[in-house]
Design a protein around this ligand. Structure first.
Ligand code: ATP
Ligand code: MG
Length: 352
């Protein structure tokens, strides 16, 4: 048996409802494929912030630095400003553990209603690679002359050659490993005249090392339009922290429901733990009702097993999700059914 120690942060809202379903399916996969998983549960999140003044203990990150992975539900609550919960937990984890790739699959499944007319399962199947540690999400900047007519605010982006090259290398490697071998880069070098031309330059330099990969690039504005009009044209899409963030919410939206979309915050070298979480947030509007779709969490668990080297187990979970969706049984409300979170989790467990 291979043993893996997983830090579990269920977090807030529906995070607490979908994480147990993720664990249910991981344990089933563990039994079937002989993978030993131990779960170290943390109470980090907005409730802890209210009770103890911090979302996580001061030495919190050090207590999980030696773990094999982090399995996260959702963090955020209406009583806490979004930037407080983001900078209080998620961004510190991504940066401390150098999770510089954010990877999200975009796939249309049979059984999930697609908002785009005429698209069939198989038409939409691509990956988004987002830079996750630098770029537009920076602390550099500030406000001058606050509250006066002269008020002025700046926010600087940071793009390093090191940071850009390493995420591009990951994206090129991923594209090279796929049948289509096609990489699309998101840019905006017509309006953003320092960082984006640099990004384009690094894409061009990296492309020389991957002659087998076909490259194109689009400005982010037209690229978002193409996501909606021609989602079948993409294979791997790479973008900066901001552009990747926007694209990776749009991607799941064109394939039906945000409730099924997973993501991985990767430290590809494995020097530090990587983190796996659904794309959706804590969904305060449906929290506590037991109706959240657990598939985003369960699929994130599959990505975690894949990252830990258990390709077969990961593929088996995705296969079970696929078959349950196609059967039309046990679907949650966001997919037009009436099943509960637990019923859908159990259906995937037994299919596995
Ligand atoms: P964040 O700020 O953390 O990105 P958000 O506030 O933008 O999150 P979500 O919490 O993801 O957004 O909720 C957006 C909408 O999608 C809500 O109406 C919510 O109920 C719905 N939703 C999100 N996740 C799920 C899910 N797993 N199952 C069903 N509906 C969901
Ligand atoms: Mg929110």
């Amino acid at each position: 048996m291979v043993a893996h120690k997983i830090a579990v942060i269920a977090g807030d809202g529906i995070g607490k409802e979908v994480v147990p379903e993720g664990i249910r399916v991981l344990e089933a996969a563990g039994r079937r494929f002989g993978i030993e998983l131990s779960f170290d549960e943390k109470d980090w999140g907005c409730e802890r912030l209210a009770a103890k003044g911090r979302m996580l203990p001061e030495d919190g990150l050090e207590t999980i630095a030696g773990h094999d992975a982090i399995f996260l539900g959702a963090v955020g609550w209406p009583s806490v400003p979004d930037h407080v919960s983001l900078w209080g937990l998620l961004i510190p984890i991504r940066r401390r553990f150098d999770q510089y790739v954010n990877l999200r699959p975009v796939r249309l499944f049979e059984g999930v209603p697609c908002p785009l007319a005429g698209r069939k399962p198989g038409d939409i199947d691509f990956w988004i690679v987002r830079e996750n540690c630098e770029g537009e999400y920076s602390e550099i900047g500030g406000r001058l002359y606050a509250g006066t007519e002269q008020e002025m605010v700046t926010q600087e982006s940071v793009f390093t050659r090191f940071g850009v090259d390493r995420v591009l290398r990951y994206a090129f490697e991923l594209a090279a490993s796929r049948d289509a071998k096609h990489l699309t880069s998101a840019t905006k070098s017509n309006g953003i005249i320092h960082t984006m031309p640099f990004w384009d330059e690094r894409v061009k330099a990296m492309a020389e090392r991957y002659p087998g990969v076909k490259i194109d690039q689009y400005h982010i504005d037209i690229l978002t339009a193409h996501f909606v009009r021609f989602p079948d044209r993409f294979d791997v899409v790479v973008g900066s922290n901001l552009f990747g963030d926007i694209l990776s919410d749009l991607g799941p939206a064109v394939t039906g429901t945000i409730g099924i979309a997973p993501s991985a915050n990767l430290n590809p070298e494995g020097t530090h733990p990587s983190m796996f979480e659904p794309v959706h947030g804590s969904a305060p509007d449906i929290a506590g009702q037991g109706i959240a779709n657990p598939i985003g969490q369960i699929w994130s668990g599959a990505m975690m097993l894949d990252h830990l080297g258990h390709k077969e187990a990961a593929a088996a979970i995705v296969g079970a999700i696929e078959r349950v969706l196609a059967s039309g049984r046990s679907l949650t409300r966001d997919m037009g059914g009436s099943a509960s979170t637990v019923e859908l989790g159990k259906a995937i467990e037994s299919e596995l």
